[in-house]
Design a binder for this molecule. Structure first.
Ligand code: ZN
Length: 208
């Protein structure tokens, strides 16, 4: 199905309102993108509030993340383009800042992944049809060196082409899908699962 810039802009505006309402894009955090039929990418402009996006807050970049208009794309654009370049079926990428994700990944200070085991909600991830399974979501240490982080993500995606998401410690989550609807489903499911883990840890006294 062909997807042009105007339609992608409307989709991103709608997603911004939804994810902000869910508390996943406080202040001006997060960044969203959609890959267009011509191979360029509709990307949120740096520093714009995701709950209040208008058409001017979404711009086009090329597959390498270079601006195709006189605006500055998100500082994390390289993490979007690395997903598109390694995962041909990915057409939408969402990055959010979730409280549960931030707290959990900081608590799991030395962990390289978040293990999610036995949850019904795991079926929201592509290819999973039963609760009786385990998903492992990688956790990367946070850095302001986005190209270096993109390099690490690229290497992981090469050996995990079916993965739906990754986490950045103390920072947030990336999720993607064949369209924005699927990317939203993955982000919402991951948020649900991280909140379950957060609450379970709190019940066990692991988080005061
Ligand atoms: Zn971020």
């Amino acid at each position: 199905m062909s997807l042009g810039f105007e339609e992608a802009r409307q989709q991103i505006i709608y997603s911004g309102r939804r994810l902000d309402a869910l508390g996943l894009a406080a202040a001006t955090s997060g960044n969203f993108s959609v890959r267009l039929t011509d191979g360029s990418i509709a990307m949120t402009v740096s520093g714009r509030h995701k709950g209040r996006l208008g058409p001017d807050d979404i711009m086009r970049v090329d597959p390498e993340g270079r601006a195709l208009e006189d605006k500055r794309p998100s500082a994390e654009t390289a993490l979007h383009t690395v997903i598109y370049s390694r995962i041909p079926q990915a057409r939408a990428v969402l990055h959010v800042h979730s409280v549960a994700g931030v707290v959990l990944t900081r608590h799991l200070a030395s962990a390289g992944e978040l293990t999610l085991d036995g949850y019904e909600m795991l079926k929201a991830f592509p290819g999973i049809t039963t609760h009786d399974t385990t998903a492992r979501i990688p956790i990367y240490d946070n850095t302001q060196d986005v190209p270096a982080l993109a390099g690490r993500v690229a290497a992981w995606l090469c050996s995990n082409p079916a993965a739906p998401a990754f986490l950045i410690r103390g920072h947030g989550a990336y999720g993607w899908g064949v369209n924005l609807e699927e990317a939203e489903r993955i982000i919402e499911a991951l948020e649900h699962l991280m909140r379950c883990e957060f609450e379970a840890l709190r019940l066990r006294g692991g988080i005061a």
